[in-house]
Design a protein around this ligand. Structure first.
Ligand code: 2P0
Length: 327
């Protein structure tokens, strides 16, 4: 099954219905991580995952018809020979008739390639902008499947709030998509602790595959997710912040343990990351209810409740605080 086969199943036509399609998609942070694929062509995951979207932190995208493919990122033209442009053009090839070229303008307020899920909101916003350009009128589930073809985690960026990505079992992935959870948690806060926003040494896609292929600990990962998922769902539905924080932190640590045991080993954690972790653990021992999660990069995302906002800010004064349910 190819990406083209899936697009054919979902998309009704390639007849642009207007000059420009626009859309916004939020970025998302996984509380239970997506780590490992059962199908690399279709970005089908080994396990389900669960994320929280970051409200107005994400990507605005405008797609218009053009004489040649051009890409702008935050106002700058992207070199067509760059890896980023090639990946985007390949994705756009799925969605055009003969002779059609696009201009894509992406405005992102998320640090690119810093483990802050810039590809998630990028691909989700492109799919939504194409849906607008072609006036397909697809539902969010279909858009989620299309976004997954660009980047796995993008299938969780079609909604605000908590999103569950069902792993699915089908070979064609038609049962592997995001679903928004009905629970709202207005007191929940996410703090972005930007430790290092430089481009990382190994991308998450390659890191994920190397882990699946070589890590002795990876075989425990599906078990870890099966253990964590019902507990996190329960914690969300009864708003038990302590359990949510413990599960999210433990899930991230387990993911990084699978990477450390890959060959060659993958370590996104820097001395600065470790110092921040130890500070969080120290604060927690002193009674402050703050937890973290970490993705494929050195930065941490703090999890805490509104009542502790001032204390958290006093300890981490450069953290960017996000209210995921502010919309
Ligand atoms: C996640 N990450 O659940 C996990 C946790 C990074 C760590 O999804 O190959 O860019 O495009 O499907 O989505 C980052 O990997 O990988 C990611 P592809 P993606 O957020």
């Amino acid at each position: 099954v190819s990406k083209y086969d899936i697009v054919k199943l979902i998309v009704p036509n390639f007849k642009p219905a207007k000059d420009v399609g626009t859309a916004f998609a939020p970025t998302n942070i996984a509380l239970i991580k997506y780590w490992g694929k059962r199908n690399q062509e279709l970005n089908l995951p080994m396990t389900s995952s669960l994320s929280i979207s970051l409200a107005d932190h994400g990507a605005h995208t405008a797609v218009s018809l053009s004489d040649a493919d051009t890409i702008q990122l935050n106002g700058d033209v992207v070199d067509a020979s760059s890896a980023f442009a090639k990946r985007l053009i390949q994705f756009l090839n799925l969605f055009r008739g003969p002779g059609v070229c696009f201009n894509i303008a992406i405005q992102s307020n998320v640090p690119i390639a810093a483990g802050l899920a810039s590809s998630a909101c990028g691909f989700a916003s492109i799919v939504k902008a194409l849906n607008d350009l072609y006036q397909w009128d697809l539902n969010a589930k279909s858009l989620s499947i299309l976004a997954r073809l660009g980047s796995g985690s993008a299938c969780r960026s079609l909604w605000d709030g908590f999103v569950l990505w069902h792993a699915g079992v089908l070979d064609n992935g038609m049962d592997s998509y995001g679903e928004v959870l009905e629970e709202q948690w207005p007191d929940l806060r996410v703090g972005l602790l930007l430790i290092d926003t430089q481009e990382k040494s190994i991308g998450s896609r390659a890191a994920m595959q190397r882990t699946v292929d070589t890590s002795i600990l990876y075989r425990a990962w599906p078990q870890k997710v099966s253990h964590d998922m019902p507990l996190l769902r329960q914690a969300i539905s009864c708003k038990n912040f302590q359990i949510m924080g413990e599960i999210a932190e433990s899930n991230a640590l387990a993911m990084h343990a699978t990477m450390l045991s890959a060959s060659p080993s993958i370590c996104y954690t820097t001395p600065e990351t470790l110092m921040a972790m130890q500070k969080i653990w120290r604060l927690r021992a002193q009674g402050l209810s703050v937890y973290y999660t970490q993705d494929a990069g050195p930065n941490l995302k703090l999890l805490f409740l509104q009542k502790d906002h001032d204390t958290v800010i006093a300890e981490f004064n450069d953290a960017v605080i996000i209210n995921p349910f502010s919309g």
